[in-house]
Design a protein around this ligand. Structure first.
Ligand code: HEM
Length: 482
């Protein structure tokens, strides 16, 4: 107890402390015994009350130096000595993949995999995105009129189909238990995020005795068996010379490029050799990072449009104006013309950032706000709070207003004011992939249906999970357009 008091007072006042704070447990009372809803609310209360650019949150003896300030966020996220992933990312057990990898490991991987998300490759994915969306429409068509559905369930199945098909040419519709697979993936990430806020579970030797550990392990076993099967299959194709990195156009089909699947990129990478473990972890990373995220953001967007029929009509009119055909010709270029739709999407990405908090670690001592912070410390950037700062977004920052992203109002905005895809070189590698696929989903969905909801913006409550989860789900009714 004495040591924790000494530790608390060893920093200057410029680096505040979240309250309530107690010796030994630090800010633990904000989370101990609280449900996921309350945990989220308590964190947000602290963040919105923060006066200092940098303040400390104590999970027991562990400190996280949090910020809700854009300049501080930029300082941390662009500093090469703050690119490390803290130990908490180990809880996801994907350390050999891009998302959770330690800095020395990550650097070479990221350089080698950046080209796997270039525009030419993304363009070759467009038919896959369209097909997955059309399959979703078929499932939605079967829903009786005026029935309330959680649209997220349909969207996550659709994005799983997209990520599996673009990662390793796997059609999830051939898999007899797709819903089980989705459920397992969601649960796997859920346990990782839950463990982050349970500091008493941070030590492996304690966690190993918990029910959560047993459940996370059984979920992982299921997913691992699956990952190994996929790896073996891809490896066999690779040894037979069937995985190539060929990006030339198909002679018989003008303008058509064979989709350059992620697995091809990784097996045939000329910049770096990936071993078996790295390939399996990266496959899980891409499918994991690309499925729930895009589905969540499109769900929030549809819900928001259902709340505001005027905005929905405006997006619909833009879509019909640019893509009036039943079978529109879609390219990343033509999607760029959906400017109002993009403003709406960005506004939803601002209000509902899928990762409400980002974490980093420093590999060398650093001085911030006059305090010397030793290497190996943890930093937290609250994107959710930055996105709702009234000094940046105006007094109505909590309100949905797509005009905030008009070119005029965006001009001069701080580059770290909008962090849904994170910032600095450890940002989201799939951001363009996500934007293209999300626009395609919105395009088809809004062309076909009108969305309605009984949910009101002020009633929305969030749960602390791996992604920003809406309590009660994204409940909407769909009405087929004539
Ligand atoms: C709307 C959709 C998405 C959002 C909001 C989003 C957001 C993010 C964020 C915030 C991070 C950084 C986390 C951090 O700094 O700690 C991240 C990392 C990452 N994302 Fe995304 N993401 C989305 C879609 C995707 C998609 C579709 C893919 C792949 C197909 C993807 C792949 C990744 C990967 C591999 C990383 C780790 C990057 C690295 O550490 O180098 N994401 N994403």
């Amino acid at each position: 107890a004495i040591w924790s008091i000494v530790q608390k007072n060893s920093y200057p006042k410029t680096v505040g402390v979240a309250e309530p704070w107690y010796p030994l447990i630090g800010n633990g009372l904000l989370f101990l015994g609280q449900n996921d809803l309350k945990k989220f609310q308590n964190l947000e209360k602290i963040f919105s009350a923060a006066q200092e650019d940098l303040f400390r949150l104590y999970l027991g003896p562990k400190i996280i130096f949090f910020t809700t300030d854009v300049n501080m966020a930029q300082k941390i996220m662009t500093n090469p000595i703050c690119m490390e992933r803290p130990y908490m990312y180990d809880f996801f057990k994907l350390n050999e993949g891009l998302f959770a990898a330690k800095f020395h490991h990550w650097k070479g991987q990221r350089k080698a995999l950046n080209p796997a998300f270039n525009m030419k490759i993304l363009e070759s994915f467009v038919p896959i995105f369209c097909n997955a969306t059309k399959n979703m429409l078929q499932r939605l068509d079967a829903i009786p009129a005026r029935e309330t559905i959680n649209i997220m369930e349909y969207l996550s199945r659709c994005t799983l189909e997209m990520t599996c098909a673009t990662t390793f040419e796997f059609d999830v519709n051939d898999f007899p238990k797709v819903d089980e697979l989705l459920d397992y993936m969601e649960r796997f990430f859920y346990y990782g995020a839950k463990r982050m806020l349970k500091f008493q579970y941070h030590q492996d030797f304690i966690y190993r005795w918990t029910q959560d550990y047993r459940e996370q392990t059984s979920v992982r076993k299921f997913l691992d068996a699956y990952g190994v099967q996929l790896y073996n299959n891809a490896h066999e194709r690779y040894t037979k010379g069937l995985l190539t990195n060929d990006q030339t156009e198909d002679d018989n089909n003008e303008g058509f490029r064979k989709p350059q699947l992620f697995v091809n990129q990784i097996f045939t990478n000329t910049l770096r050799k990936f071993d078996r473990e790295e390939i399996i972890h990266n496959i899980f990373t891409i499918v994991g990072a690309g499925t729930d995220t895009s589905a969540t953001e499109v769900s929030y967007t549809l819900l928001q449009l259902a709340m505001y029929p005027g905005y929905q009509q405006k997006v619909y009119e833009e879509i019909m104006d640019i893509f009036p055909e039943t079978e529109p010709h879609i390219t990343p270029e033509s999607l760029k013309r959906l400017q109002y739709t993009e403003m709406v999407l960005n506004e939803c990405l601002r209000l509902y950032p899928v990762a409400p908090n980002l974490l980093r670690e420093n590999t060398e001592d650093i001085t911030l706000c006059g305090a010397r912070i030793p290497k190996g410390s943890m930093f937290g950037i609250s994107t959710y709070s930055i996105h709702r700062r009234k000094d940046i977004w105006g007094p109505d920052a909590d309100r949905f207003d797509p005009e905030r992203f008009s070119p005029k109002r965006s001009a001069g905005r701080h580059p770290f004011a909008f962090l849904t895809f994170s910032g600095g070189s450890r940002n989201c590698v799939g951001a363009r992939y996500a934007m293209i696929s999300m626009k395609i989903m919105l395009l088809y969905l809004l062309k076909r249906y009108r969305f309605k909801t009984k949910i009101r913006e002020e009633d929305m409550r969030f749960r602390f999970e791996a992604v920003l989860r809406l309590d009660g789900g994204h409940l909407v009714q769909i009405e087929k357009r004539q």
